[in-house]
Design a protein around this ligand. Structure first.
Ligand SMILES: *Cc1c(COP(=O)(O)O)cnc(C)c1O
Length: 359
């Protein structure tokens, strides 16, 4: 079977070349006579894989020496608990509620302390990033939490709050390496891999060193960042194969010219889709233009039956996983790094044709 254009929000497309290379190496990695899936995480081969993956992520994101990079398990969702367990020394944090993932982070943080919600966009089904009033920030908070890109609602921050000495903590799951960010603005940033950097199973955590070692005394060992940072992410068996594929994705990204070059491509892809939506008589985007995500593009028609018909016909034509999240309805096209420009152009051509045929 031919490959489809997969617009899934996650797990999502991987670069073709990465899958091809993984296929070539599946039985015998680099002369080891075994698959990466089979080898010891203490082997020389895997040691090279994880060290190179870390070096590449540092290069791609310009991560300075005073930050640790960790490859952890438990998905983005485990971070919702690890963050308060490790950072809530005074027992309170600030948080901006921009959707379901922020809410989940909030619910988890509430188990360990007080969460001050400084702003929310819930009043309009999270279709914008709320303006932030710094007089509502608690200067004494342990950290300030944001979801940088909101996968479900298709919004993203374009400016970051100035939180002073309070460490900014960000969920980068659905935007990591899609656009340039200044990592030094964050005390801690994390991303589950399966949106933009690899298969599910590994979560990248980037953390400023001075924030390490503050975990509560009863913090489970596996949830203590310091344990993992000190052990170079090899305290226990890491998700070796996911790290290996993520490493191949980092190499691919470097070959593509790095994050700045990828950002240009992503802006081009997003513009193609948003321009079409802004001019269509049938389809429209659901997000306030200034807060539109480069990665997740929710859109609707005004008719649920037409939405269903579109999704069905798109799927048959090889544009898959376009169904929107149930809380937004309609459609959502996730156009992460691995989605080529041609995929977005082909989708827009298909939408034009659908619009003509269903006027
Ligand atoms: C997908 C996603 C998560 C959850 O990731 P899991 O790895 O499934 O736990 C968290 N935050 C954001 C923004 C996401 O898109």
């Amino acid at each position: 079977m031919e490959r489809v254009y997969n617009f899934s929000a996650g797990p999502s497309m991987l670069p073709y070349e990465v899958l091809e290379q993984a296929g070539k190496e599946i039985l015998n990695y680099n002369g080891s006579g075994m698959s990466v899936m089979e080898m010891s995480h203490r082997s020389k081969w895997f040691d090279d894989i994880i060290k190179e993956a870390e070096a590449d992520i540092r290069e791609l994101m310009h991560i300075p020496e005073n930050y640790k990079v960790m490859f952890l398990q438990g998905g983005g969702s485990t971070q919702f608990a690890m963050i308060p367990l490790n950072l809530m020394t005074k027992g309170k944090c600030d948080l901006v509620n921009t959707g379901q993932w922020s809410k989940k982070a909030m619910q988890e943080a509430k188990k360990f302390g007080t969460v001050n919600v400084v702003a929310s966009s819930e009043d309009k089904v999270f279709n914008y990033i709320p303006a932030l009033d710094s007089s509502k920030f608690d200067p004494d908070a342990d950290y300030f939490y944001i979801t940088y890109n909101n996968t479900i609602y298709g919004t993203r921050y374009t400016t970051l709050p100035d939180t002073g000495n309070v460490p900014l903590v960000a969920d980068l799951s659905s935007m990591i390496m899609s656009e340039e960010i200044d990592i030094t603005k964050f005390g801690l940033a994390f991303a589950g891999a399966q949106k933009n950097i690899g298969p599910a199973g590994v979560t990248v955590v980037i953390m400023r060193e001075d924030l390490l070692g503050k975990a509560k005394e009863n913090c489970p060992t596996m949830l203590d960042y310091k344990i993992h940072a000190d052990a170079g992410s090899l305290y226990n068996t890491p998700p070796c194969y996911s790290i290996y594929i993520a490493g191949l994705v980092f190499k691919w990204l470097k070959k593509m010219g790095g994050v700045a070059a990828m950002q240009k491509v992503n802006e081009e892809k997003a513009a193609i889709l948003y321009d079409f939506l802004d001019n269509s008589m049938m389809f429209r985007g659901t997000v306030v233009p200034k807060d539109r995500s480069l990665m997740n593009v929710p859109f609707v028609t005004d008719d649920d039956e037409l939405n269903a018909k579109f999704i069905k016909e798109a799927t048959a034509a090889g544009f898959v996983n376009l169904k929107g999240h149930r809380t937004v309805g309609g459609m959502r096209a996730s156009i992460y790094n691995a989605m080529p420009v041609e995929g977005v152009k082909a989708l827009v051509e298909f939408m034009k044709k659908f619009e003509t045929e269903n006027k």
